[in-house]
Design a binder for this molecule. Sequence first.
Ligand SMILES: [Mn+2]
Length: 391
Amino acid sequence: MHGNTAGTLSGPTGVVNFCGDHAVRGLAELSNTITRWSQYNRECISPPLQAPDLLVNDVQEFFRTLPPARHRIPTGDGTVTGTVRSAKLASRRRPFLLRHAIHGGHQRKRCRHHASRAYHERMLINAVPQWQGAVNERASGIPEGCLALAGLAARILDLRVNHVYQDRQTSPLEGGLANRSALTGPNRAAQQEAVAGSSGPILTIGGDCGVELEPLRAGRQRYGAGLAVAWFDAHPDLNTPQSSPSGAFHGMVLRALLGEGDPEFTASPALEHGRVALVGTRAVDPSEHAAIDRGLATQTDDAAMSLRDASHLYVHVDLDVLDPTEFEGLNYPEPGGLSIAELVVALDSLGGFNVVGAGITECVGSPDQVEVLAPVIATIGNLLNPATSPT
Ligand SMILES: [Mn+2]
């Protein structure tokens, strides 16, 4: 029996351990089998994990016994009743958590029926549900938005998702930076490890915009000073801890990548000034205007022209570049943005570049809401497709 093992937290009291099978985890997430899993940190669930209620060795078979996805799972406040019954766990009548193991190395395995699609072989999807870089009210929905978007990306791109574990703990404001400690330590190390584990293009599914720090730092080191960035975002993210009105790191990450701000986060080597194109930017703080005036980044509608000398390109898409009427699941909506069709056209115009990485961030949408983003995911997938990118 695994009763209330979580102290004052009323966490899940039963665990199904899927032996780290990411494909099944993806299925479960698509169907909402996992709800609010990320609010339970390792400490809360370690006792049941040591003695799982059900250890499933053949997870594919386990799921074959369940009714079809999307119709089987009544969800609410962290409990999953429908699947418990149909999985013959009804007698337990307790909420459970589908727990996954976190480890790299699985990302390049593909389902057998997709094995012929060799063009995906080197591409990695990292889902990074970090939310501590944002401090606004909707931000606590970012981990769920990340899962929804990662599920969509897995389906559209026929790829498994590498889920990078991030705890949800917060920490005090330090040196003008909210959650400074939470943004470093194990959370950051987990993403560094995931980034280092791939030699091919990486699609990072955020998470707040702070998740762009590690892939871009690594990209700058790997590809050199010719690496350019197309930054699709309502915000330039060019604040420093001193200038930021909120202390939220997601508004500082690009400045850190350009080598300025809190030394804990600044990239070295930094992105070359002038090799960043800001597209769709429309909510700019005074100190960010000053950084743009100094030439750190360029506001433009034509990133391809602005970055034409780049040797390699990274594409950042904060979904708030979209108009709020286009997508309901925005963490930080700003009126006057692009339509989804306009974003797709703008992304498509970057097809001549050697695109080595991309990120999609700041989603708080549900699995149903993110469906409208399918063309955006597909277009980014094409950009990252090594078969069509110059080598
Ligand atoms: Mn933004």
